[in-house]
Design a protein around this ligand. Sequence first.
Ligand code: GLC
Length: 603
Amino acid sequence: MVTGLAGVRPGSDRMIVDPWTRAAGALRALYGERADFAEVLNTLRVTVETARRERSDTLKAWDADCSDPAWWLDPGVVGYSTYVDRFGGDLAGVEARLDYLSDLGVSYLHLLPFMKPRQGESDGGYAVADFEDVNPDLGDREQLKHLLSMAHTRGIRIVADLVCNHVADDHDWALRAKGGESRYRAFFHLVEEQEDVARWEANLGEVFPVSAPGNFTWSAALQAWVWTSFYPYQWDLNYGNPAVFLSMTDTMLRLANLGLSGFRLDSTGFLWKRFGTGCRNLPEVHLVLQAWRAILDCVAPAVVLKAEAIDRLEEVLPFFGSDAERECDVAYANGVMAASWASLAAGDATAVVRLIGASAKKPRHGAWINYIRCHDDVIFSGLSPHVPEDRQAAAALALTETEATSFGRGEVFQTFGGVPSITGMAASLTGADDPNDPWGVYRLLMLYGVCFSLDGLPLIYMGDEIALANDEDYRLDPSRAAEGRWLGRPRMDWAVAEGAMRGEPGVATTTRSRFKTFAEIRRRHPAFADRRPAEVRPSGDSRVLTFTRGTTRPLLVVANFSDAPIRLFPDLGRWIDVLADHRQGRGSFDVGPYGLHWLELQA
Ligand code: GLC
């Protein structure tokens, strides 16, 4: 019998309801009206019991080791996100580089999709043909299990994408649907009449307005329009059908039992569709997530759920759920990320000040993932209403070469309602890869320094630690040329990385050693152990972001988003800059162009 015994999980202050009851409650709200609901619940019960039985003793020990505060809330955790092939060639290659990651201070490794992808184009692996098979170009399940266990012995937890919103059009479920099996036709949202497509579309937005406009794709095999929020070969699943929920839950539990420490729930906001709505972030999506969190609490309580909800802050916050009804444990702070770029472009911290202030509303059990870049584009339109649209658009363009005065070499990827999104590596967007730009490296380190200063989990995007530049060559590769996001997905440059480890003079050595310093101080300074959100303080100058962390030896974080040296706080008293070899001063504080400081204020 499933009971709540396995599921009391640290990190939650009020675990008043056992997880099975929570899961059943969420499912009742979703599917309780159906005549077959008792059967649905029973199937789930069997799935959960099987997964609990099959979970190995080693993994149960990992679960038990989920001490308080839970591992993802530990200030010592530093994340790293990468494609397997771009970083290590294959899974064995990633394993061979674990020491590199440990040396950098990484203990959370997000590997972008490595499951068996669709044949041909696969949206960087986000069109999955088989969730339980490894991409043969990268290795096999045994190598994956080996990597997971080797990483764990080094204190590195591996998080994988669970592409739960859609499957590839050559996934078994899609093939069976095409073959006419009614059970599998019901796994997808099929619309038979073109007028009905138009009725749905009237309320929907678009994810790829330029490269894949619209939300439906005609399938001759299905004789219907199939819902495709992303590329035409990525078929959205129909969670209104409990069989889909049950199948994806089974997949999740099997993957958890391989030794994964978390799931990045891809495109989380899209999971539920209801006619007449925009079909994003609907209340039913949150019930699905509550159920998944509770089910994992029954089987694998230390496994985290990460929301990939790249939206306005007000839409993202609910993905944490509440402390009593938890959903995701971590979520991308995409608002602060985009605002950091907007502020850098404008030379004015107003946008980032607003977003950091508004992000403090997150419930206690969750943590923001603080990042600057990832494998996707930077979407500025999510900054509404905190940043006016004309400023969003101006910021995006200012980071591309279209502006003669720009330090950034980003590229416009697509445009949302007049606001462009941009691609590019952090080093190229900040000018850190330009030997003639004296401030490029400062900009890069300032942005990452803010990530490392905030409450939550800082996430390094592969290569940023060595200021890796844009991959301009993607345009020469016919399989990638049409997808601008490949500009920001270069191969790791191991010659440069190894040179940086040896301390060879250069930008890579500077950035890598600074990242290590950020991580080391975060690990041991008591201000970062305090889980309260960063508190924005008025700096007296709109170009400078200042916030405090902690109450024991509190830190004042100072980040100058402009190229001007600025004198702040005439009455600051005595301070020690823990990031600058404990340099001390009294009274005012001078921050240089793009300066980043952690000041311990003395009584
Ligand atoms: C997420 C991924 C993105 C992908 C999309 C569709 O947003 O980050 O790379 O294109 O989902 O799966």
